[in-house]
Design a protein around this ligand. Sequence first.
Ligand SMILES: [Zn+2]
Length: 94
Amino acid sequence: MAVYEYRCEDHGTTERALPIGTAQPTTPCPACGGPATRVFTAPRLSLGDPVRRALIDRTERTAHVPDVVDSPGPRPAARSRVPSNPAWSRLPRP
Ligand SMILES: [Zn+2]
């Protein structure tokens, strides 16, 4: 289900919960029965989990304004020269 918003010229906005993809361009106004036209609004992501919302906000912000750093980050740990698979130790080495 998704919440769709409609606006009547005389009575303002109203919301209807409908299955996704079934919203019509107009719906009867609950106050006067006249046609209320659909209003396109942003998805209601702010009602979700605050941690998830903060992550989404940070990801969107770094796409346009990445953090400035003074130096590159720490080097990844050196990979072990000992192969993890015993069969690889029999392979020729350069
Ligand atoms: Zn109305």
